[in-house]
Design a protein around this ligand. Structure first.
Ligand SMILES: CC(C)(COP(=O)(O)OP(=O)(O)OC[C@H]1O[C@@H](n2cnc3c(N)ncnc32)[C@H](O)[C@@H]1OP(=O)(O)O)[C@@H](O)C(=O)NCCC(=O)NCCS
Length: 176
């Protein structure tokens, strides 16, 4: 592979009524996403310098959720996102699953996550998808149901150790 050329990427899209999901990161409005990251809704995130945000989106598999007005197909309102940090071959880490409150409760969050499931199922050498969540009440059953994920229980010396180390960008709101 020529290291200077990068790999050609084919973007995927899914459509449901007036909603569309696209994996093309260039469609994502950076300022809007940064506002979401700064909000309490995405309590695990914080806003980023725009160049860092763009770099991060270019280097992951993004699932942007858009609403298209039935009167004007060319209109596009950014209403949700999910990101998969992945080498697109062996590993996928799911994060930043979000649907704007004005579009919640219509099955879009479930659809977004199902699309991640579809995209990762197309990776024949994938070893593992994983995620972290602190929301045991809602998120854990949600990912169990929608993606068939299981909680990796950690007992020292047994099974798999789910480990993490806080980085310099760990949100202060989480005690970083
Ligand atoms: C979680 C979230 C993406 C769901 O989006 P949505 O479009 O309203 O989802 P749907 O209409 O497809 O279904 C809602 C389901 O999500 C579940 N859910 C999981 N985590 C939730 C959360 N933090 N807040 C609300 N619902 C949540 C609900 O229990 C509900 O399940 P049910 O249909 O069995 O009652 C949305 O509520 C959101 O963006 N919340 C803030 C960000 C967040 O907490 N993300 C964590 C990802 S799980």
């Amino acid at each position: 592979m020529d290291p200077s050329s990068g790999e050609q990427q084919d973007f995927q899209t899914w459509t449901k009524g007036p909603y569309k999901i696209s994996t093309d990161p260039s469609l994502i409005p950076l300022h809007t996403l940064n506002d979401w990251f700064a909000s309490d809704d995405l309590y695990w995130a914080q806003s980023l310098p725009l160049d860092a945000l763009e770099h991060s989106l270019r280097n992951c598999l993004c699932f942007g959720l858009y609403h298209h007005s039935p009167e004007d197909e060319s209109s596009r309102q950014f209403v949700g996102i999910a990101r998969c940090i992945t080498d697109r071959v062996t590993f996928a880490y799911i994060t930043d699953v979000y649907v704007h409150p004005s579009h919640q409760g219509k099955g879009l969050g479930r659809w977004l996550v199902k699309c991640i499931g579809e995209a990762t199922e197309e990776m024949p050498h994938l070893r593992r998808s994983m995620l972290f969540t602190m929301d045991w009440e809602r998120s854990v059953p949600f990912y169990e149901q929608v993606l068939g994920m299981t909680v990796a229980e950690c007992k020292k010396g047994e099974g798999m150790a789910m480990m993490m180390r806080k980085g310099r960008g760990y949100p202060k709101s989480l005690g970083g």
